[in-house]
Structure formats: C-alpha cells, structure tokens
Write a protein that binds this ligand. Structure first.
Ligand code: BES
Ligand code: ZN
Ligand code: ZN
Length: 483
C-alpha cells in the first residue's frame, strides 16, 4: 500500500472512494456531506459504527476521539468495510497534527494484514494507493515535510509489526529454531546495517548455557542462539532486546493439557518482536546501537527430556532446580539475559510470552511491564501508550522473591505458591541480572496480547506483533530526548 500526501483540499482530490471519520457525532462538519442519506441509514457516529454509501463511493466511520489510537481504529474499521471492493485508490483528510498522520497510516497498514499463508483463497489487497489531503479536520496547518516523515515512519513500524505477526502465525513445523535463525539471517542480509550471528549447540555448550540446552534437549529440532546487531556510526547508546523464541511449547514432561497446548506456536512471539524491533530501528536509522538476542528452542517430550528434579547450571553459574518443565521460557531467558549483559547495554528489555498468570491478572489485551527503575518503567509506559499498545506494571516484592527458594539448588524454576505467578517469573529472571544492570532492565510479559484467537480493535485473529510498536516508539522517544 502506498501513501501520497497531496497539498490540496479533500474535495479537489480524485479517488475511487473517500473515507470520512466522524468525531463526536458531529454530523454537521464540513466533510460530512450526506446528512440525509446518513440519517436514512441510521448512522450517528456512535461507538464502532461504519457505513458505506455505495452510490457515492463514500465510507463513514466513527472517530471516538482525536487520540491516536482512536484514529488507528477508525481508519482500520473504515478500511475493513471496503477493502473487498475493486477500488484501487482511496482519499481522506488529516485528523490532528503531523503525529496523527502516523496513526492514520498505521491504521491502514495494520488493518490490511491477513494471515492467508495456508488458505487456497488469498485475501484481496486491491487498494494500492491512499491519497492524504493536507487539509485537516480542525483547519490547523500541517508541515508537509514533517507529515511525509510521519508517513514513512508509520509504514516502517506497521510493516515490521505485520511481519512479526506472520512469523508467529506460521505453523511450528515450518518455523523451527533453525528456520527462525535462517529467517533472521535473511532479515539481516536484506536490511542495510544489520549483522547476524547464529550460535548452534556447540556454541551454547561453549557458552555453558546449561539452562537453555536442557530445555532444547528432547526436541529433534536443534536450538539456536540468534544475535542480530545494528551499529550505526556515532551511536549514542546501546539497547538490547532479548526474545523468548520457543517455536513450540508442549510443556515438556510437565505436559500441557491439550486445550492449553493449542496456540503454543505463539511462544516465539517475543523472539519475533525482537527481530522486527531491530529491523524497524535500522530502517528508521535510529542513532542507537541495537541488538536482538534470541533463544530459539522447542520444548518437547522424549527419552532424553529434561525432568522435574533435574538441577541445571546456568551461564552465570547459578544452579536451578527444575520443578516444572513447562516453566521453560525463564530457563532459556536466564542464559540469554546473561549473554546480553556482556554487551554492556544502556537499557535492556526482554520480551516473552512467559506466564498464563499475567493474562489472568490483566486480561488478554495488556502486556505486563516489570523492573526496578521507576523512571524506566514510566518512560516505557508513556511510549507504549503513544504506540497504541496496552501495557501496565506489576510490582516486584521481596516476599514473592523468597518463594523461589530451593532445598537442593540456588533457586527453583517455579514459585512454591500458586499466587503471583507473573511476578515470580519476573523475579526468577531478576536472579540473572547483575547489580549494575538492575536499573537498566525491563521484563515485558506479552503472553496476553501476543496471540488472541479473535479479532480485536485493528488486530486480526491470531498474532498481533505485540512489543514491536511499543519498543520502537520508546526508542524514537529516546532519540528525541537525546537530540
Ligand atoms: N508459554 C507459557 C506461558 C503462556 C501461557 C503463554 C498462555 C501464552 C499463553 C509458559 O512457558 C508456561 O507454560 N508457563 C507456565 C508457568 C508455570 C508452570 C509456573 C504457566 O503460565 O502456566
Ligand atoms: Zn511452558
Ligand atoms: Zn513457554
């Protein structure tokens, strides 16, 4: 889909179809030309209402507010209503300042995604050009250059998000750890400035990643450590994104019940997010060194599977008693987090579909943010809100940390209590963060929004690319603050 900003009034632009978003039920606005017809169709711009006037080739959609996420939603709703028509071009105006243009473009691109890889009948993408008039809803003046930058930025972020969805949605037999590593290598080869290192089992052994290796052992699919780096000249800071890349999580010997196993191809969502965050950073030419470190493995059963009662030695030398093989993500991450700290990051974020408990706590749509630094959490939540991703913090505490004690090892891989599971998982990871990085680290549990088997807002059924937008927006914000 192409976007063209045109310095003219909306009415002077020619297109196959026009989109009009109606704010605050304001049916008398200059862009609402069809009050009588709209009245007849009972359209009053309430909640998610959308109406398509076929004879006039106009689609009207409710715009609940001028918040950027409301714009993304309204655009996606309008687009969904007409995308199967044979239109090639669309036109619409601008609903706010230049930043709102980003939201508008993101609404189209995110709304255009369809997972049809395994369908014989593919989704239609007839609309190839969206014409954006420089005229705004409230007659404010737009800086054309800034608006064009906003369009380009939005396309990069939304395309990266859609690509992240595609990897997560891909079936586990096709997206094994080795295939994910190949994908990462291709991503690096085709994106200027990204370099790729792939570590195989011998590398993991050399690195003494005993926790990661144990999780991967029973699968016939071999594990890989994927490390992508983007190092622009004169980088101001170094950020590392660590992704949980369980291409399948059967639970291992602590096997998941069948109804909980379905959709566990999504356990690679953190990895997919990290890969596409670095891609977005490179395409946006952000002034930071960015790394993506991914632990890719399959958690399976077999004669050589790691077992409850095993004791593993992690890369940092700590011993871990395995009490549940389904708490495998934290084991893989423990070793990856230790590896990541060797890069001496100024900030580090792990992204993981880590616990069902965080979905119980906050519902499906919200990611959980944990960490020690109040400032970093605040700045991250602010970026998440701008990006349209829902995120909220859960607090660490020392009582919960004590629940990870083990009688036989330095710590247990699960808590002794059934309560507070999202936090105890985060606190487990905290054991692998060195003192000097405590305030530079955030743990993002994306288990809720990463994969939902129904459409929600402008997200399609299945993967949502959770993490890509909020982390990229955070880096954009950091770049502005550093400028
Ligand atoms: N991958 C799962 C977490 C998950 C659950 C992701 C639901 C997405 C949706 C993780 O590896 C897991 O199984 N966690 C266990 C931890 C428990 C054994 C302490 C869980 O949440 O039940
Ligand atoms: Zn698990
Ligand atoms: Zn898992």
């Amino acid at each position: 889909m192409n976007f063209k900003l045109i310095e003219d009034q909306l009415k002077n632009i020619k297109a196959d179809c026009e989109i009009i978003l109606v704010l605050n039920q304001d049916m008398t606005h200059k862009w609402v030309q069809d009050s009588v017809l709209l009245e007849q169709t009972d359209f009053h711009a309430k909640s998610d209402e959308v109406v398509y006037l076929a004879s006039l080739q106009r689609v009207y959609a409710t715009l609940e507010s001028l918040d950027h996420d409301a714009i993304r939603l309204a655009v996606a709703n309008a687009y969904k209503c007409i995308k199967n028509n044979k239109f090639e071009t669309l036109k619409l105006g601008i609903y706010g300042d230049t930043q709102s243009v980003s939201a508008l473009v993101e609404g189209f691109v995110l709304g255009d995604y369809a997972f049809d890889k395994y369908k014989t009948q593919k989704a239609t993408h007839n609309i190839h050009t969206v014409l954006i008039a420089s005229e705004t809803y409230d007659n404010q003046k737009i800086d054309i250059q800034e608006a064009n930058t906003a369009i380009a930025r939005a396309q990069i972020i939304a395309n990266a998000t859609n690509e992240a969805k595609e990897i997560v949605n891909t079936a586990p037999y096709e997206m094994t750890p080795v295939k994910l590593a190949e994908y990462a290598k291709n991503l690096a080869d085709s994106t200027e400035g990204i370099e790729c290192f792939i570590g195989d089992e011998t590398f993991l052994e050399k690195e003494q990643m005993g926790a990661f290796l144990a999780v991967a052992r029973a699968s016939s699919e071999k594990p890989r450590l994927i490390h992508l780096s983007y190092k622009p000249a004169n980088a101001k800071k170094r950020f590392v994104f660590i992704g949980k890349g369980l291409t399948y999580d059967s639970g291992g010997l602590s096997l998941k019940p069948s109804e909980h196993m379905v959709s566990m191809k999504s356990d690679k969502s953190g990895a997919s997010a990290a890969l596409h965050i670095i891609k977005a950073a490179a395409l946006l030419k952000l002034p930071f060194e960015v790394h993506a470190v991914i632990g890719a493995a399959e958690n399976m059963i077999g004669g050589n599977a790691y077992k409850p009662d095993d004791v593993l030695i992690a890369r940092n030398g700590k011993s871990i008693e395995v009490r549940n093989t389904d708490a495998e993500g934290r084991l893989v991450l423990a070793d990856c987090l230790d590896y990541a700290q060797d890069l001496n990051p100024d900030a580090m974020f792990d992204l993981a579909t880590l616990t069902g408990a965080c979905v119980v706590a906050l519902g499906e749509y919200t990611s959980v943010v944990m960490g020690h630094s109040k400032d970093l959490k605040e700045s991250f939540l602010c970026a998440a809100e701008q990006s349209g991703e829902l995120a909220a913090t859960l607090p660490f505490n020392n009582y919960l940390k004590k629940l990870l004690k083990s009688n036989v090892a330095d710590l247990s891989n699960i808590s002794s209590s059934r309560y507070g599971g999202a936090i105890t998982a985060g606190l487990f990871l905290d054991h692998f963060i060195k003192d000097e990085f405590k305030d530079k680290w955030l743990h993002l549990d994306i288990a809720g929004p990463a994969y939902i088997e129904k459409d929600w807002g402008y997200n399609q059924c299945g993967a949502s690319g959770a993490g890509v937008r909020m982390c990229t927006y955070w880096m954009i914000k950091a770049a502005k603050e550093d400028a």
